[in-house]
Design a protein around this ligand. Structure first.
Ligand code: ATP
Ligand code: MG
Length: 262
């Protein structure tokens, strides 16, 4: 158990290059237990790459990821749920051939270490484990208001509902750190509910939120880190970030670089 105010995750001096492109340069940020940290920045700023490094999908050229005081060395995505870290993908990442309930059950890697495939073929887990897991998955769907859709296939559901299924799949693992990559993309009416939900998650877990919807970021985040071309150009409270001219400049472009009048 990590207490509120303790660093849960520290990302220290991360540099990632893809060939000649520097996607992240000397990036540092920390996430305390029980807080929501926003990571914002224009398209291509390196936000998803940061998640990919935290998750072990991408190895940095330098720097490290420290989890509960221990550097993560050669960690792999499949170890994450066991560590207590879960992410949602920038898209949906749902299995089209599985029902909503099965998709959510597939997310419970931390509590069901035998994995998805044995669960689906009914091996490796006792019937008791299986029904406990199904009950937890149903309860999570209930918390997100979609319990009645448990037996449907995701493909027939509206996009906003599928986003909820993806979120339920992350939450069912009961992570200590939830990495959300653009949870609001494609959502309109549901934005208020999403902000209420994220705020309620803080009692149970820390959240890193990558998001382009600024209203949402400013409402739910305790701290915000701004990336631009792979570098942290500002970090602070939402109010500090909103007042920071470097942030506006990163989003709007530098007026000095506009084409001169002909
Ligand atoms: N696997 C890869 N190989 C080569 N270049 C990559 C790879 N992944 C990301 N990049 C490049 O690294 C930079 C950062 O990309 P990244 O996806 O992290 O940005 P982002 O901030 O998540 O953008 P968006 O807001 O559009 O999702 C971009 O220039 C991107 O094209
Ligand atoms: Mg991205």
């Amino acid at each position: 158990m990590t207490l509120p105010g303790e660093d849960l995750l520290v990302v220290d001096g991360l540099t990632v290059r893809f060939g000649g492109l520097t996607a992240l340069h000397d990036v540092r940020l920390s996430v305390d237990a029980g807080t929501v940290v926003g990571v914002i920045g224009p398209n291509g700023a390196g936000k998803t790459t940061l998640f990919n490094v935290i998750c072990g999908f991408v190895r940095p050229q330098s720097g490290r990821v420290v989890w509960r005081g221990e550097p993560l060395v050669r960690h792999r995505p499949e170890h994450l749920a066991g560590l207590g870290i879960v992410r949602t993908l920038q898209g949906l990442g749902l299995f089209a051939g599985l029902t909503v309930l099965e998709n959510v059950m597939a997310g419970a890697g931390r509590h069901a270490r035998t994995g998805v495939l044995p669960a689906l073929v009914g091996a490796g887990r006792s019937a008791r484990d299986e029904s406990d897991l199904a009950a937890r998955a149903r309860a999570t769907l209930g918390e997100l208001g979609i319990a009645d859709l448990a037996d449907r296939l995701p493909g027939v559901l509206p996009y906003g509902v599928r986003k909820r299924v993806a979120l339920a799949r992350a939450l069912v693992a009961e992570p200590d750190l939830l990495l959300l990559d653009e949870p609001a993309s494609g959502l309109f009416a549901e934005l208020v509910e999403l902000s209420t939900l994220i705020l309620s998650l803080r009692r149970h877990m820390a959240v890193v939120l990558v998001e382009h919807h600024m209203d949402l970021v400013m409402q739910v985040c305790d701290r915000v880190v701004v990336l631009n071309f792979g570098e942290v150009i500002a970090a602070g409270t939402p109010a500090e970030i909103q007042a920071d001219p470097r942030v506006a400049e990163a989003y709007l472009g530098d007026p000095a670089e506009e084409a001169p009048d002909a």
